[in-house]
Write a protein that binds this ligand. Structure first.
Ligand code: NCD
Length: 297
């Protein structure tokens, strides 16, 4: 029997689902994996810009011998006035097997209750970005040669409040046993002290050693209340420079991309020998292939 599952949040995955996805991502894209997906179609429906997430899902589908259908918002009938809701209704009526959606607001799960295709969240507003968190944590487990992140000390720096990457990562990293600390200016701190995580607003308040540090881009397109700080001030206070990196200990460097070199990260740290940034991208294809299979089988 064919099952149709949704991964809209990290909460949609049990611990054993996560282990199963990581296990599949570590394996080769064998003929038998491809054989059962041949003829199935993945549709990407991105209402917001993307480089890595959309192409990585499409690469994963190619590697699994699936068919791929890409919705291009700019050349779609939305330019003739069709609304997002009607556009989506029509795309689902074409019965793709898996749909990956990226949109500016939180995905309303109830809207898809009747659909018979699998659904994956490719990033919804400030809410969640589960595939990014899975590939980030997978990259760390590969690097540390472990199955979990138990005992790992991880620092997330930047626009925590508007980052769906931070929100999904906090859920998954803590579930895998890591201790997460946020370093963010007051204006970008999560209201309600997100799950009581330790949050500081300056590098000087950090005196412990970290295993991993993740830089987050300032999500300018999502800041609606005007509360922000200038690029110059952000770079001066929060940019991950080589000097700051050395004070954090022997940690690896992560960034979900897109990077704004010279703002949240410098060229030297982005391309530092301990940077796993391109490893994240490479692993993204493998993890997303495993996510597609998880939704279909
Ligand atoms: C992130 C996103 O879109 O949320 N990028 C990504 O998917 N790799 C992070 C960002 O845009 O800063």
């Amino acid at each position: 029997m064919v099952t149709h599952r949704a991964i809209l949040s990290i909460d949609d995955l049990t611990d054993s689902d996560v282990s199963r996805i990581f296990f599949a991502a570590r394996g080769s894209l064998s003929e038998s994996r491809k054989a059962r997906l041949r003829g199935r179609v993945l549709m990407t429906v991105f209402f917001e810009s993307s480089t890595r997430t959309r192409l990585s899902f499409e690469m994963a589908a190619h590697r699994l011998s699936m068919g791929i259908s890409t919705f291009q918002v700019a050349s779609s009938s939305m330019s003739k006035g069709e609304a997002e809701a009607e556009t989506l209704e029509n795309l689902f009526a074409m019965s793709p097997d898996v749909v990956v959606i990226r949109q500016a607001s939180t995905i309303d799960r109830s809207r898809y209750a009747q659909t018979n295709c699998a659904l994956i969240n490719g990033g919804d507003g400030v809410n969640e970005h589960p595939s990014q968190a899975l590939l980030d944590c997978f990259t760390l487990t590969q690097y540390f040669r472990t199955d979990s992140l138990a005992g790992k000390n991880i620092l997330l720096i930047g626009d925590v409040a508007h980052s769906r990457v931070a929100h999904s990562n906090l859920k998954l990293m803590t579930r895998l046993g890591a201790r997460v600390t946020f370093l963010a200016p007051d204006v970008f701190q999560e209201p309600g002290a997100l799950l009581q995580q330790r949050t500081v607003s300056s590098f000087d308040e950090l005196d412990d050693q970290f295993d991993a540090v993740m830089c987050l881009r300032v999500q300018k397109e999502r800041i609606q209340d005007g509360k922000s700080i200038s690029d110059l001030e952000f770079a001066e206070r929060y940019s991950l420079t080589e000097e700051r990196l050395e004070r954090l200990g022997h940690c690896v460097i992560l960034h979900p991309g897109p990077m704004n070199i010279g703002i949240e990260i410098t060229k030297a740290t982005a391309y530092h020998p301990r940077s796993l940034i391109l490893e994240q991208v490479k692993n993204g294809v493998l993890v997303r292939a495993a996510m597609i299979e998880h939704c279909l089988f």
